[in-house]
Design a protein around this ligand. Structure first.
Ligand code: UDX
Length: 443
């Protein structure tokens, strides 16, 4: 089948590469010259395991190509995927200008039936706005062609996006047209394992499903962080509690890890956008507001602990920082907890020596060159002359470090662990003063 995808960012590229991988002919369209040029030369603008090889293989096989020309995009695919960004406006609602611009552009160039598929995360009701925009733009040019608008939200985790796309738990398809539902089923048939993964529903329910999934996951995390903070006051260990409750299949072990808050491009943005949507229809989503507020507070927990340990005197101190990305296996620092910590440390007059396996370039791009930030070549390098070590991302390389070396290199054996990587008792035996999240009174 022929597919066009507008927006060669994270979602667009992964969707394009995976649809090409199963035999479709995919054309990715973007307005960014630099990006398209790089992609045509086989360079991928983002870090995602497996993506570069998949793009290269499919370009070589003639199933995947890139273009700056929207007219070519509209000619090419029966399926017209919109995968452009929906950044939050100042008030937290999703900015739809890119989505609607693509809709207009499709309408301007359309000459036969097309299925417009919305992959971007957009507020409930956006498919209707896309439909209106296309109809109006077509009417302006005196055309009245048939088209459908489908909601097909993505559920890709950064760092595991290829796997998530190739082996989905579910594929949500929102459409009011049964014939379009069948075409979407056919497009996604190669990704069904053992049973049909495609769930068809009405458009608005599909749009809400995306927000509901992310808000539910964010709620689980904020709930655990709240309990972790309480455990610190009560002298209980949240890791024991986590295992205790996870064993109940109704709760489950997934996504109940306490830590220094959730970040990334989805949870913070989507929780805020859903809260905003609720307000627009006159409903106050109290639970969502609390999820968001608890997370904001949690992102500052490590700094609070550091500050308390140094009696508020962090000026002139140096902190070694392990991890910059909002989670492992990505270079993404959007809404990362590391940023809250780094900025609070700077504010307090401290310096940071940081290491991240892949996010250092991104960190340089965000903060530029500064005297109070040194980006190091290895985790050990960060320790030189540092007063404490803080850990904010659970990269595998941090899980079993050379503790003897850490103890020797740090000015004092002091660790603030925002991801609960180590056993507090073991740390104490090794002579560390170890602060984690929710692990008894010492936490
Ligand atoms: C998420 C959703 O998982 C995905 O389905 C959706 O399409 C986009 O948003 P992603 O943002 O890539 O994906 O990250 P995810 O792996 O879900 O982690 C989000 C954040 O939650 C990270 O900062 C992570 O550290 C944090 N987290 C996750 C916890 O603090 N505790 C947990 O138990 C799980």
């Amino acid at each position: 089948m022929k597919v066009s995808i507008y927006g060669s960012g994270y979602v667009g590229l992964v969707t394009g590469a995976c649809l090409a991988q199963v035999g479709n002919h995919v054309l990715c369209v973007d307005i960014d010259h630099g990006k398209i040029e790089a992609l045509q030369q086989g360079r991928i603008p983002i870090y995602e395991p497996g993506l570069e090889d998949m793009v290269r293989d499919n370009v070589a096989a003639g199933r995947l190509s890139f273009s700056l020309d929207p007219a070519e995009g509209v000619r090419h695919g029966l399926f017209q995927f919109i995968a452009v960004g929906t950044p939050p406006d100042e008030d937290g609602s999703a900015d739809l200008s890119h989505v609607l611009a693509v809709a207009r552009s499709i309408a301007e160039h359309m000459s036969e039936y097309r299925i417009v598929v919305n992959k971007s995360t957009v507020p409930v009701g956006t498919a209707d706005r896309v439909r209106e925009t296309i109809a109006r733009t077509m009417a302006d040019r005196g055309a009245a062609l048939e088209f459908d608008v489908v909601s097909n939200p993505e559920f890709l985790k950064e760092g595991a996006a290829i796997e998530d796309f190739m082996k989905p738990d579910r594929v949500i398809v929102g459409t009011d047209n049964p014939r379009t539902a069948e075409l979407m089923r056919a497009l996604y048939a190669p990704f069904n394992r053992s049973h049909d993964r495609v769930i068809c529903m009405d458009v608005r329910s599909a749009e809400l499903t995306k927000y509901a999934a992310n808000a539910m996951l964010a709620t689980k995390i904020s709930f655990m962080n709240e309990l972790a903070n309480l455990a610190e006051q009560l002298g209980a260990d949240i890791e024991e509690v986590r295992q205790g409750i996870g064993s109940d299949p109704r709760i489950g072990y997934h996504f109940i890890y306490p830590g220094c808050g959730y970040g990334g491009s989805c949870f913070p943005k989507d929780v805020k956008a859903l809260e905003r949507t609720a307000r627009q229809v006159g409903y106050q989503a109290q639970l969502l507001e609390a999820v968001e507020a608890v997370n904001e507070r949690q992102k500052h927990r490590l700094f609070e602990k550091l500050s308390a340990r140094f009696d508020g005197k962090l000026s002139g101190r140096t902190v070694a920082l392990w991890g910059l990305a909002f989670k492992p296996n990505t270079d993404d620092m959007r809404e990362a907890s590391s940023r809250a910590l780094i900025e609070a440390l700077w504010e307090a007059g401290a310096r940071v020596r940081a290491f991240d396996p892949v996010a250092e370039d991104e960190c340089r791009r965000i903060y530029g060159e500064r005297d109070d930030l040194v980006l190091c070549d290895s985790p050990e390098d960060t320790l030189t002359g540092a007063d404490a070590l803080a850990i904010v991302t659970e990269w595998t390389v941090f899980r079993s470090p050379d503790f003897e070396r850490i103890r020797k290199e740090l000015r004092q054996p002091l660790i603030f662990d925002g991801r609960n990587l180590y056993d507090p008792r073991h740390m104490e035996e090794m002579g560390f003063e170890y602060y984690a999240i929710g692990r008894g009174r010492r936490a």
